[in-house]
Ligand binder design. Structure first.
Ligand SMILES: C[C@@H](C(=O)O)C(=O)SCCNC(=O)CCNC(=O)[C@H](O)C(C)(C)COP(=O)(O)OP(=O)(O)OC[C@H]1O[C@@H](n2cnc3c(N)ncnc32)[C@H](O)[C@@H]1OP(=O)(O)O
Length: 214
């Protein structure tokens, strides 16, 4: 113990006023933490190392403005909505049929983000196959707000190697704004929806989505 204390000046300093009683106390005293888990970088002499952060490319032609919603496909919309309302005390919307998208949606409003519950509508719903593979339901997609969905699509296809799905032209989503889906094979296996954040809701009809963005 004396040898250990002599070899670590910080511990020596602490040991004058603090007597560790077990191994965890010894670790906390040495690393300077008080319970939360941290990573200690190699060669950092015991100091907690900050993770390095790399920024996105400069001059991006569009910006992600945040998370719009997380969509969960469910086998029973009424039951799922009731679970979110009663178990989590969340406000839930009435079901909204969206025949053009092949889904009925219920929005669950949480303080910092919405959850969109999805159920197939019609024979060719894109959610049907997903539910066949995941009969109990599951996370179907993540929707990001962007400031320019048109510029985003162009940049993703031409510069980032990320393909859009369908015709590549925006359609109108459940929040009444232009949306586009990206191929999950290009985005780490997660289906991502882009939504035009600043589009005026109610002002767009299906055929007007693309021109509304110009
Ligand atoms: C109202 C609106 C809104 O939010 O505003 C909505 O929600 S509309 C929500 C519904 N609309 C959409 O989802 C539109 C975009 N979705 C699509 O175009 C399609 O569903 C695809 C994502 C391309 C999947 O195609 P398809 O339905 O034919 O399924 P599939 O079973 O043949 O799957 C083909 C490959 O995609 C994968 N795959 C299927 N669904 C996936 C999902 N949700 N997330 C991640 N990967 C997925 C499968 O595992 C498979 O991979 P492997 O080949 O490796 O086995």
């Amino acid at each position: 113990m004396e040898k250990l204390i002599r070899s670590f000046p910080r511990l020596l300093q602490l040991s004058k006023s603090y007597r560790p009683t077990n191994r965890m106390d010894l670790f906390k005293a040495f690393s300077g933490i008080s319970g939360q888990s941290v990573g200690i970088g190699r060669g950092s002499g015991g100091r907690v190392s900050e993770p390095s952060i790399r920024s996105g490319p400069e001059n991006m032609p569009y910006n992600v403005k945040g998370l719009a919603h997380i969509a969960i496909a469910v086998p029973d919309l009424t039951q799922a909505a009731e679970t979110y309302r009663t178990a989590f005390g969340a406000q839930v919307s009435d079901p909204k049929p969206m025949p053009d998208q092949g889904v009925t949606v219920v929005f669950v409003h949480l303080p910092n983000v919405n959850i969109e519950l999805l159920h197939p509508l019609g024979d060719t719903s894109p959610v049907s196959k997903f539910l066949q593979k995941n009969p109990k339901g599951g996370i179907h997609h993540v929707c990001l707000n962007v400031d320019n969905v048109h510029a985003a699509a162009e940049y993703l296809i031409e510069e980032a190697g990320v393909k859009t799905l369908g015709s590549g032209l925006p359609t109108i989503g459940a929040e009444g704004k232009p949306i586009l889906f990206l191929n999950p094979k290009d985005t780490a296996g997660v289906l991502i929806e882009l939504q035009q954040a600043n589009a005026s809701v109610h002002s767009c009809r299906e055929g007007e989505a693309a021109s509304a963005l110009k």
